[in-house]
Each structure stands twice: as structure tokens, then as C-alpha cells.
Design a protein around this ligand. Structure first.
Ligand SMILES: [Zn+2]
Length: 180
């Protein structure tokens, strides 16, 4: 039986897949893809470690921290700093500190690529057990309460106030911040 040719996911060469799941033309391309994935995962872990080390009360963050938090390109960051769109202070060579609140408004929190496709959740529950409070969201994602409110408005996330707490559905919040 003749299988339909596919394009190798690495080199782009057409090949006849051995199984329906084959996406690489050869062991060499398969290994290359594996190594690339491993490097990416390591980078993700390193960035997550940087993100985890940033406390929510920090007003100014470094360029590597901003890259880890917001997944924004270094060149973009420096351009925005040069254009004075992001307030920055220069403490010396490689010691630029940038205003966190401004950049939080400009960029959503970094999207962590997930291995599996998540089903699109349209339904949400506003029961307190299915919700985070604003304080919990701020703590969990290392951002300020005011940023949480901004993102809630920006992404039209439903909220519910019970007593002095404002609740937002975990599913919607996790979706926005694409957390683990
Ligand atoms: Zn190939």
C-alpha cells in the first residue's frame, strides 16, 4: 500500500511516513527535533525560575526579568525604552531597570507553550470554590492587584463580589495567564 508523502517537520523534505504519526523524514531529523524541544524546555524552565524569583512588590524589573515575565523580545524592550514608552532607570552597564506597571499594561503575561492542546473552555462557574479572589490572582501570578483588575477588564472576565472580596473564575483567569 502506498502512503501519501508528507513534508518533514524539520527539513521540509517530502518523505513517505512509516506510520501515520511519523512527522520526520529520518532519525537525524527526529533527533534534531528532540534536541530542539529539550533546549526549548530548558529555556522555559530557566525563564520560569526567573519569573518565580520576582516578588509582586517589585516596582522595577531588569530586562531579563521583563523578557521572562512578558515573553517580549529584547530588541522590542530596548526600542520602547529608547522611545521613552517604558520608564526606565539606568544603574549602569547591563543594569537597566524598567517600570513594571507600564510594561504590565502593554503586554499580557508570558504565554507558556503547552504540550497538549487545551480544550477551549467557554463555560465558567462563579461559585467561590471555582474562583480566585483578586488577591489570590495577584499572588499566584506575581502581579499587582491593579494589574489584575486591568486584565480582567481587558479580557472581559466575569467577576462576582461577595462581601469585600471580588471573585473571578479560575478557568478564565488560568486561560488568560496560561498557567500550569
Ligand atoms: Zn527531515
Amino acid at each position: 500500500m502506498n502512503r501519501i508523502e508528507k513534508e518533514c517537520a524539520v527539513c521540509g523534505k517530502p518523505f513517505v511516513p512509516k506510520t501515520v504519526d511519523s512527522i520526520y523524514c529520518s532519525k537525524i531529523c527526529g533527533n534534531a527535533a528532540y534536541r530542539k524541544k529539550k533546549v526549548q524546555r530548558k529555556k522555559e524552565e530557566e525563564q520560569q525560575a526567573v519569573v518565580d524569583s520576582i516578588t509582586s512588590d517589585r516596582l522595577y524589573i531588569s530586562v531579563p526579568e521583563a523578557i521572562a515575565l512578558f515573553g517580549v523580545a529584547k530588541s522590542t524592550l530596548y526600542r520602547l525604552i529608547r522611545q521613552r514608552k517604558i520608564p526606565a532607570i539606568n544603574l549602569g552597564t547591563r543594569l537597566v531597570r524598567i517600570d513594571r506597571a507600564t510594561i504590565e499594561e502593554m503586554f499580557p503575561i508570558r504565554q507558556v507553550p503547552t504540550m497538549k492542546e487545551k480544550p477551549i473552555m467557554k463555560l465558567y462557574s462563579l461559585e467561590p470554590e471555582d474562583c480566585y479572589t483578586i488577591g489570590e490572582i495577584a499572588k499566584k501570578f506575581g502581579i499587582s492587584d491593579s494589574s489584575v483588575y486591568k486584565h480582567i477588564r481587558k479580557f472581559s472576565i466575569p467577576t462576582r463580589q461577595i462581601g469585600k472580596y471580588v471573585y473571578a473564575p479560575k478557568s478564565e483567569i488560568d486561560n488568560v495567564y496560561n498557567s500550569k
